[in-house]
Write a protein that binds this ligand. Structure first.
Ligand SMILES: *Cc1c(COP(=O)(O)O)cnc(C)c1O
Length: 476
């Protein structure tokens, strides 16, 4: 399998070449040259694989269609090491549980940091360690986080050989639980940097450091953000696992509702559907930051400025633009790289928007690719959390609540609807208390983490200071 850029660059690369890269050289995103097709016999075999050999083996089956530069035995071992019941809490790894008739939750948040990002990041940690050892190289991961991504990355990379993590976060702005998840790590290769500023300041620092090409090359600076193809690919697996659990035969279809921010999670669903997984609809659920809902309703994609980006009670979906969206638009336009370049490289940069409402491709988003969307607000979130608790005794987190609210608007009789559970309620306790008047349950391994000693450097919003810190750590 070779990978191409959505903006038409002539290079064709293999999986391990793009594994450690971010954007393609022309600013586009990587996608496979084609989507491997999963026929009826293969899907039937995968049912058996998942049920009898487990999630790790299913992951190996899916991944090996896209990765041909890691020997099969090694790839299988990496999957087996990643997806264990010890790390993810159950032998099913992503069990389904029922709400009302026809509506299911797929649990993706029982990994080390209690958000779905562990599903991909844990694999990425093992892939990075493997590939860096093979090349005899090191990598310094620099990131910016407002919570879930940073802790998932740190827990995936802790103790890994050849990798250091430098994670910036806005000082004092994450929840005490999220701070504790990151700052209590004592591993020598994990570096927390609390920036006196907001999340945008952290992102600006990451950009400034990455734009210093000499520094970037000298210190082997890399990222693990959601545009990384390996992360997206890892997420494709749980669409198959969800489908297999919800159906008895391949003639049945299911729909998924996906709480969305950067369009990474639901884009993995799009890939699964393109491979032939019988998905009826992919429903994009947004919060008040409804860039994506607006697009799927109107055909207008209008990115927001930081002043128009709301701080909500589902903060991991508070985005101003959706960094993976370009992948879907490329497919929607019949893989026309020149037009993708004109929209994302030019129109968005110039006007902050593009309009496909009159384009003959736009109706295909719904008709051919199965997309639908909806929006949920703080009041909807509270109501959904209360209602789900009262009727089913199930406590759901704020992002998952956005998903459940929107999913209920898209139920079709006879088609199971699977909502992806993207985090556990303990991560967003304040809103749970607001909704239910009680604290969420806390898994035993997280008792008292807020009181653990913290390992964090506080710095002003100054890229030079961060560079100096990285340089000093690399010379130890
Ligand atoms: C990251 C995240 C999302 C958004 O996922 P995308 O892949 O960016 O669309 C939703 N919910 C939670 C809890 C998250 O951490």
């Amino acid at each position: 399998m070779r990978y191409l850029s959505t903006r038409g660059h002539a290079d064709r690369k293999r999986f391990c070449e793009i594994l450690l890269e971010g954007l393609a050289p022309d600013g586009g995103l990587y996608l496979p040259e084609h989507y491997p097709q999963v026929d009826d016999a293969t899907l039937t075999r995968w049912r058996q694989v998942y049920r009898e050999q487990g999630y790790a083996e299913l992951a190996f089956e899916v991944l090996s269609l896209y990765i041909d530069d890691i020997p099969a035995a090694d790839l299988r071992a990496l999957c087996a090491k990643t997806y264990t019941a010890e790390v993810f809490g159950t032998p099913e790894i992503v069990p389904l549980r029922a709400l009302e008739d026809g509506l299911w939750l797929e649990a993706l948040s029982n990994g080390p940091t209690l958000a779905f990002k562990d599903m991909a990041m844990q694999l990425l940690g093992n892939l990075f360690e493997y590939e860096l050892a093979r090349r005899g190289e090191e990598l310094n991961i620099l990131g910016a986080t407002s919570g879930d991504t940073g802790s998932a990355a740190e827990h995936a990379m802790r103790g890994k050989k050849g990798v250091r993590v430098f994670m910036t976060s806005p000082h004092g702005r994450m929840s005490p639980f999220q701070q504790a998840q990151m700052f209590s790590l004592q591993d020598a290769n994990i570096h927390n940097i609390a920036i006196e500023g907001v999340f945008d300041d952290c992102q600006d620092i990451v950009k400034a450091v990455s734009n210093d090409l000499a520094f970037k090359r000298r210190y082997k600076i890399g990222t693990v953000n959601s545009i990384n193809w390996a992360r997206l690919l890892a997420q494709v697996v749980y669409y198959f696992a969800g489908y297999i659990q919800a159906t008895a035969s391949n003639g049945q279809k299911v729909s998924f509702t996906v709480p969305s921010g950067n369009f990474g999670n639901v884009c993995a669903g799009h890939v699964a559907r393109m491979m032939g997984l019988p998905i009826h609809q992919l429903v994009v659920a947004t919060n008040e930051n409804d860039v994506l809902d607006e697009f799927f309703r109107t055909g207008v994609y209008r990115v927001r400025g930081s002043a128009d980006t709301f701080e909500t009670s589902s903060p991991s979906m508070d985005i101003s633009k959706a960094s993976n969206f370009e992948r879907f638009i490329f497919d929607l336009l019949g893989r026309d790289a020149a037009r993708t370049q004109a929209l994302f490289g030019e129109a968005l940069a110039r006007e902050g928007r593009f309009d496909l409402s009159r384009d003959p491709h736009f109706p295909l988003a719904a008709n051919r690719y199965g997309f639908a969307s909806g929006k949920s607000t703080h009041a909807d979130r509270l109501r959904t959390i209360r209602d789900t608790w009262a009727r089913f005794g199930q406590m759901i987190d704020t992002h998952t609540a956005d998903g459940v609210k929107v999913a209920r608007e898209h139920l079709v009789h006879g088609v199971p609807m699977i909502v992806l559970e993207t985090a556990l309620p303990i991560k967003f306790a304040q809103t749970i208390v607001e909704a239910l008047g009680r604290e969420p349950d806390r898994p035993a391994r997280f008792q008292g983490i807020e009181a653990l000693p913290k390992r964090v450097q506080i710095m002003s919003a100054d890229a030079e200071q961060v560079k100096a810190y990285i340089a000093a750590q690399c010379s130890i």
